[in-house]
Design a protein around this ligand. Structure first.
Ligand code: ADP
Ligand code: ADP
Length: 233
């Protein structure tokens, strides 16, 4: 589904050069729920942003569903990203002066020829129902708890029915009860077929996914199947 080959990422400023990723090779398969762990600054966000076509590698190739996208222009990347990928961030990134429902509709505004049968509004409502927030549609982000804000962000990520969900420390700003709730929602989306890659600092959260990838200093140092898992259903 996502294949990264010999990925290198160098950040250059006039004075500093940082090798953020060093020869990363990684394949994310359809239906997988993978987590990425590693110390602060080891390249986790950079890797996720490259996987999600938000950022370009300095070297190496990216293939999405068999299509090599490395030579794609920004516009093509944006289209592919909008079609296939949903993002969730640690700090939610909701727009504070839009209602919950309007926030969730945002990704659909960038789609053309979409939603012939079903209106954007209906799709946004359905996404909010899936995360258990139908009763907060008219609220504004400031009126919600952290866990509720993250559920809105998940609804926004899934409203366009992407195949892949990329989550950058989605539970990092939440207490453990809310974090567990968010992870359960992600597990359910994965059970229903979404491919998920999640960056986390939390070993317990990572153990609830299928696969644990560890980075150190921009290099992948481990890639293991998580066997403990969670009872199905
Ligand atoms: P992590 O998510 O594991 O904390 P990051 O991917 O954010 O790590 O960062 C990896 C390395 O790249 C760090 O050394 C960081 O300082 C550097 N870095 C990240 N983003 C930038 C940027 N936009 N410009 C320069 N250096 C950056
Ligand atoms: P944190 O809360 O740790 O600052 P976030 O979860 O907000 O991190 O964001 C994770 C990474 O994704 C950051 O490197 C940030 O620059 C990048 N990012 C956040 N929002 C966007 C966006 N809308 N488009 C592109 N990159 C983003």
């Amino acid at each position: 589904m996502i294949q990264l080959t010999n990925i290198e990422k160098v950040y250059r400023t006039s004075t500093i050069e940082t090798l953020a990723l060093n020869n990363v090779n990684l394949t994310i398969r359809k239906g997988e729920f993978a987590s990425i762990m590693g110390p602060s600054g080891c390249g986790k966000s950079t890797l996720l942003n490259i996987m999600g076509l938000l950022d370009q590698p300095s070297q190496g190739t990216i293939t999405i569903d068999g299509q090599p996208v490395t030579s794609y222009k920004d516009k093509e990347l944006a289209r592919l990203r909008n079609q296939k990928i949903g993002f969730i961030f640690q700090s939610f990134h909701l727009i504070n002066d839009l209602s919950v429902l309007d926030n969730v509709e945002i990704p659909l505004l960038y789609r053309t020829g979409e939603s012939a049968g079903k209106s954007r509004r209906e799709m946004a409502k359905a996404a909010l129902e899936r995360v258990g927030l139908s009763n907060r549609m008219k609220h504004f982000p400031s009126q919600l708890s952290g866990g509720q804000k993250q559920r809105v962000a998940i609804a926004r990520a899934i409203v366009g029915q992407p195949e892949i969900i990329l989550a950058d420390e989605p539970t990092g700003n939440l207490d453990s009860a809310m974090g567990n709730e968010i992870l359960s929602i992600l597990q359910q989306l994965n059970d229903e077929g979404s491919t998920i890659v999640m960056v986390t600092h939390d070993e317990a959260m990572a153990k609830r996914t299928h696969r644990l990838i560890r980075l150190f200093d921009g290099t992948q140092v481990a890639d293991t199947l998580v066997s403990a898992g969670i009872p199905a259903g």
